[in-house]
Design a protein around this ligand. Structure first.
Ligand code: CA
Length: 235
């Protein structure tokens, strides 16, 4: 059964009061609940405290801009999949925003019609709902299988005992295979913002993963002065 739109909560982060009010009005007219912020810092705080179902994020914001917020949302484990629609002033900006690794799911260029924005919100929420119905993903990587529902990693059908951090790190690498992930991104994603360790922690855990799962020896490559990449692979 699909959820009624009225139960969905949308966070709007926009520093132009008129646009903010207009978007809020149209969303509420459609039955959505809304929360609003006019600065990036406040927006990020509300992402954590309000747990919205979707975020409408202006690119140009005081304090912390839309891209910075996007990045913080994407690298924190509990909000990594939060749907984001970015509001941009120019179409060229939009390409960057959506194309980026830590970017938005969709974008709308200003000036926009509120109706069109509401349609995008609906479409994105539908897309998310569909992927949730498919259940938690399983990652296949050669003979390696990560089953998120069982919280289990197997290699050639034999379970590989991993610590919680090793599991988190491997999950992040599998989810982003083919992409270079900096040590900072990995540190934030797996250990969280409040962690005060150094990026060396990441190196140590990568080494342990490679010891436990030999096929990762060649598969996880270190990218000079950047971070790590899990090579892409079919199946
Ligand atoms: Ca703005």
């Amino acid at each position: 059964m699909s959820t009624a739109p009225s139960s969905k909560k949308i966070l709007i982060v926009e520093d132009e009061k008129d646009i903010l009010q207009l978007v809020k009005l149209y969303l509420e007219k459609e039955g959505y609940r809304t929360v609003a912020a006019m600065t990036g810092t406040e927006g990020l705080r509300l992402v954590k405290s309000e747990r919205p179902d979707l975020v409408i994020l202006d690119l140009m914001l005081p304090e912390l801009d839309g891209l910075e917020i996007c990045k913080k949302i994407r690298t924190a484990r509990e909000t990594a999949l939060l749907p984001i629609i970015m509001l941009t002033a120019k179409a060229e900006e939009a390409d960057t925003v959506v194309g980026l690794e830590l970017g938005a799911d969709d974008y709308v260029t200003k000036p926009f019609s509120p109706k069109a924005l509401v349609a995008r919100v609906k479409a994105l929420l539908r897309r998310v709902e569909r992927s949730q119905e498919e259940g938690p993903p399983r990652y296949l990587y050669g003979d390696l299988v990560m089953d998120l529902a069982k919280h289990e990693v197997t290699l050639n059908n034999r379970e590989v005992p991993l610590t919680a951090k090793e599991f988190g790190l491997l999950e992040h690498l599998l989810r982003n295979s083919g992409r270079v992930l900096t040590r900072d991104v990995l540190l934030n994603a797996v250990w969280g913002y409040d962690y005060y360790g150094t990026t060396r922690t990441v190196d140590v855990h990568i080494r342990r993963l490679k010891q436990k799962i030999p096929l990762l020896n060649d598969a996880i490559v270190s990218v000079k002065s950047l971070g790590y990449k899990l090579k892409e692979r079919d199946g």
